[in-house]
Design a protein around this ligand. Sequence first.
Ligand SMILES: [Zn+2]
Length: 375
Amino acid sequence: MTAPKLRLVVLAVLLLPCHSVGAADTSANLVLVTMDGVRWQEVFGGVDVDLIEDERYTRNPELLKKAYWREQRTERRKQLFPFLWSVIAAQGVLVGDRVQESYMEVRNRWWFSYPGYNEILTGKVDRAIDSNDKNWNPNVTFLEVLNRMEGFKNRVLAFGSWDVFPYIINTQRSGLPVNAGFTLATPAATEESRWLNELSAEAPRLWPTVRVDFITNGYAMEALKHQLPRVTYIAYGETDDFAHDGSYDRYIDAAHRTDLMLSKLWTWLQSSPFYRGRTTLIISTDHGRGNTPDGWAHHFSGASAAKLGVKDAPNGAPGSNQIWLAAIGPHIQSGGLVKGHWKQSQIAATALASLQLDPAKLMPQADKAMEELLR
Ligand SMILES: [Zn+2]
């Protein structure tokens, strides 16, 4: 081959879109979402009639039945999670339906929040993380790894309803901006963020450490619109707290409203020239819940029961290690349910792989990506 021809070939290769030559997609973005303690039973089966009819948990069974109960399982789940079962089921993937040979579980031995979020964000289990206390996480999350990289620096943001997220993401070390708990936006650069700060003071404080999700969602959407982060983590929290309160009505209502927020988030991403067609959305949860009416309100393992001295439930809440995941995006398969076995510790590497990065290089300690979901 003569020199001029070679130059032409090189030029042609350089002009090709990057994914067609197998190079990293330098424009890929990610939104990771967690819905605290939402069970796979509701995600794949819709509302649970045993819990609707249990007067310990449901105040107005007729209202809940009318809104969400349908005979067919497929219709029932779509009624509760219309975004998951229309857009994601058609254009993305879901895993964790144990009725259909799809299994996902936490690897940590505790089955509650901090160990779960640590597992999701760092890709491994740290046996020393055995409480929800506000301890600075010694482990590095994939968010922190990305924030150190060129192209992502200062373009990684996190929002959470629970006030422990700054510790889980270790803002002290990572320097990542985490707006969580009852934190206001500072500086409040836009009119909407000033309004959200006002609403934060006016919204009901239902729990001491968790704010209502529409505030978290509002701050996240505002940041997406004005700061164009490449990686955004949104951690919704209401579902878990309403469940601990023993309110199935409100747990279901919160789950449905979160699905609505995700629908609006995805629609907005697809309307944005910056995000459209090059943004992955991954949705999962920190733990499941008990799989019986007696156990559903809580989530803890036998090891947790022993540690906490819970004598009447030595096995914890069986089933609360069972989780699920949904994903959609340019590097994610389509076609709905995928059969197989996965662990929560695979989410970090999957997130990195969805950005066309090599998790084995960036986080060699993390468990491997969920290859079956990627393309
Ligand atoms: Zn909980």
